[in-house]
Design a protein around this ligand. Structure first.
Ligand code: NAP
Length: 248
């Protein structure tokens, strides 16, 4: 089948390999937010489609049989666009959903908040200790009122770093030893992160638990309707194989 894989995540990269190994013709689509993503690579396309109309046009122009949405759980816009474009064009859609941290063994210890604005308010209420922000680069402007911050991002485009802030560029997966070292070395008093889920970046949660560091966890945005869900590469492959047998 001709598959458009909406990626930009480690899951997307792994799924591309698994779907190609299963014999599908896969185009991995990347938004191109980072220098690494902008390089693209074999079987990749880079850049936005131009909203729902642009994505719908792409699906028809390239005769896409199925869309696999493996974007990050917090990339709500592209998932919503995919649901709408697939509905318009009658293209099958499956959403790869990595396990939430809601069922993580330490989840009950954390302060769960619905969005970045509430995370900022909650973090300010924890006092003036140093905050480790592990929320990605794009939401950082919301946190500029916090005076004592270490922000870890995959890529920093340059520009002025706010007073009292330190930027660390690093990509997961991260180890428990590394996360323990980071929290101790930087004197972190609070961790703010989002419910990305999965295992690539969960070592920080065990490290925070072991060191008694409080955690503010931002819950996921509601996923759009209109897509079936799969939680493993095998389930996506099975869904594609079943879809092949269904009448168009
Ligand atoms: P978003 O807010 O949901 O999407 C904004 C716009 O970016 C979309 O409307 C689309 O532009 C374009 N876009 C997003 N993902 C795309 C993809 N895979 N292929 C082509 N165009 C895409 O997304 P975001 O939160 O900025 O995230 C951008 C990318 O980074 C996503 O692919 C996501 O998987 C990855 N990522 C996000 C996070 C996160 O926390 N948000 C974390 C790690 C990785 P058009 O409307 O022009 O088509």
């Amino acid at each position: 089948m001709r598959v458009l894989l909406l990626g930009g995540t480690a899951d997307g990269r792994e799924l591309a390999v698994a779907l190609r190994a299963a014999g599908h013709e896969v185009t991995e689509s990347l938004a191109g937010r980072t220098a690494v993503a902008r390089l693209g690579g074999p079987g990749a396309r880079v850049g936005g489609f131009g909203g729902v109309p642009g994505l719908a046009e792409y699906l028809e122009e390239f005769g896409v049989d199925a869309v696999v949405d493996a974007t990050h759980p917090f990339a709500a816009q592209i998932s919503s666009n995919a649901a709408a474009a697939c509905a318009i064009t009658g293209t099958r859609l499956v959403r790869f959903v990595r396990a939430s941290w809601q069922n993580h063994p330490h989840a009950a210890e954390w302060t769960w908040v619905p969005d970045h604005a509430t995370a900022v308010t909650s973090a300010a209420g924890h006092g003036s200790g140093r905050v480790l922000l592990s929320v990605g680069r794009q939401p950082l402007p919301a946190y500029l009122g916090l005076p004592n911050v270490v922000a870890r991002v995959a890529e920093w485009p340059g520009g002025q770093v706010p007073a009292g802030w330190r930027i660390i560029e690093a990509r997961g997966p991260f180890t428990l030893a590394g996360e323990l070292g980071l929290i101790r070395r930087e004197g972190i008093a609070l961790l703010v992160c989002k419910d990305s889920g999965g295992h690539h970046t969960d070592a920080k949660l065990d490290a925070a638990h072991l060191l008694g560091t409080p955690v503010i966890m931002i819950g996921r945005p509601a996923p759009p309707g209109g897509a079936e869900r799969a939680d493993s590469a095998a389930a996506v492959v099975a869904w594609l194989n079943n879809a092949t047998d269904l009448p168009g």
